[in-house]
Design a protein around this ligand. Sequence first.
Ligand code: T3D
Length: 262
Amino acid sequence: MEESILFQVEAGVAVITLNRPKQLNSFNPDMHKALKQALKLAETDDSVRAVLLTGTGRGFCAGQDLNDRNVNSGAEMPDLGESIEKYYNPLIKQISSMPKPVIAAVNGVAAGAGANIAFACDIVFAAKSASFIQAFCKIGLVPDSGGTWTLPRLVGSARAKALMLLGDKVSASQAQEWGMIWQCVEDEELIETAMSVANHLATQPTKGLGFIKHALNHSSENSLEVQLDLEKDLQRLAGRTDDYREGIAAFFDKRAPEFKGK
Ligand code: T3D
């Protein structure tokens, strides 16, 4: 059986590839478990300083594998809350709390949970031919994987509501224009562009980048006062890292810093 997730580490970047191309990389329990394991490995391996998530074939991810949801057979209806609790929610929390940058290279259609998983990543690149669809409404479901939290914050309430109620397809260039993603690039340049940013990030002060991510993840729920406190606490931690010491030394030596991610 083909592996549902491919994992390799190249120059400090863990490249995680969703690999069920015949089903547009939609999720079955096996792929959920393998992705969880791959993300854990990326988190705990100190040699990994950035993560890149992409898909094989013409899709990025079509969300849940609907073959596992044959509800027409008269069988008992599945408990989708259980599926969300067991798989999708922990996945989004794993990406969001990863103390390293996570980059998505959206190589094709990202539908349902597939779109919202991409939006949970820190920097999203998409190929020009890729698209984003909040497909849930078309099958009577509710957007999950943090979509109702993330999308309005990215594009505002008016656009999020229309996209989620209508399930319209958004092209990669439109997604960039609306601020849903960082950058739309030519198809043949996607992996090279995303990889070069991941390679750059993998040479940067990893702990500091993790703290930046943590601060931004909390900014929308915190009051200014609480956020100022959080910045103080994170700055204290950042100021005790080896990379901060190196950054200051390199500045005064007028040389490029050599960050070690410590
Ligand atoms: O259930 C729970 O655990 C709750 C959690 C839910 C999370 C969710 O993500 S719910 C939403 C699930 N996803 C969808 O509803 C999207 C379904 N797919 C589509 O709407 C379309 O396939 C796309 C818009 C993504 C792409 O359209 P198109 O025309 O480019 O391709 P296609 O021909 O529809 O699909 C190509 C193949 O992939 C096709 O198989 P075939 O006919 O070549 O053998 C199609 O069946 C398969 N495929 C696409 N999406 C899924 C899928 N197979 C299983 N599950 C899918 N989600």
